[in-house]
Design a protein around this ligand. Sequence first.
Ligand code: FES
Length: 330
Amino acid sequence: MADSNSQVWQRGTVHSAEEIAAGIRRIVLRPEKPHAVRPGEHIDVRVLIGGSASIRSYSVVDASPDGSELAISVFLSPTTRGGSAFMHQLMPGDVLEMTQPLQNFPLRVGAPSYVLLAGGIGITAILGMAALLRRLGATYRLVYAARSRKAMAYAGELAALHGEQLEIHLDDEGTSLDARALVDSVPESAELYMCGPIRLMDAVRRSWIERGLALPNLRYETFGNSGWFEAEPFTVRVPRLGVQATVHSDESMLEALERTGLDMMFDCRKGECGLCQVRILDLDGRVDHRDVFYSDRQKEPNTKMCCCVSRAVADEERTSTPATVTIDIS
Ligand code: FES
């Protein structure tokens, strides 16, 4: 089990919790051991799902200078695996287990220009970066795409702070983001930082590669829970170890395998690092690859999957029969 950020688990008290946009709750936490927060950082939180503890990551949206108060924002996903429902019932005074701020999405200061792209709740990972770039006087654009205005968190604050640097795209107003047009408009030396649904990030990544832009200049963080299909229960089998489990729609395959007692490798639990990858031996159904670790070419043959986020779904014509994926783990 790897741990690149040396998590220090501690107790955090909920100071306030309020709805700030449709289905989005802002939760201010007071950690026991405060730590200053840098843009792009997140905390891991232990959530309880059906009585079992599970880990979820949330970007720190803003914090007091010494980190004694830090805010996260949680979207109650309709395809929730249970974590966001747990977070949404928290009330002031509740105590949970959390880590210090962890960095997987650092902003590289000094690029000639920046494009910051947020899709929906992905704004939580981007907002602090935008504020820092503004303070530094950097050249940047902040592109924020959402389903509707009422589903946009922090839109007012962002408009006040970033003025013309902020570009808003709304599906229900017919101004949906065109990923290709966005990438075509990016200066060649610019760095693009993005966080949003997998479809949006995938479209940007494809356009980025097609345009031949430098891949290190495209940086992203995932939610780890948005896929191409609705989450549905499926069966996972590990014949070599005599293990079989049902993966419920509100849990990951990694969690289901851990439940059987297997000692699994993982780090990010967000489809980024590839440590949790398993080999697919047989598949009855389709794989919903939700990671950003593999390239499209690696995903296509369905020989491997990142079990922390990717799932199996039934074939279109056999939706009443749950999918089964037979795997081996290294
Ligand atoms: S644990 Fe990092 S991709 Fe699954």
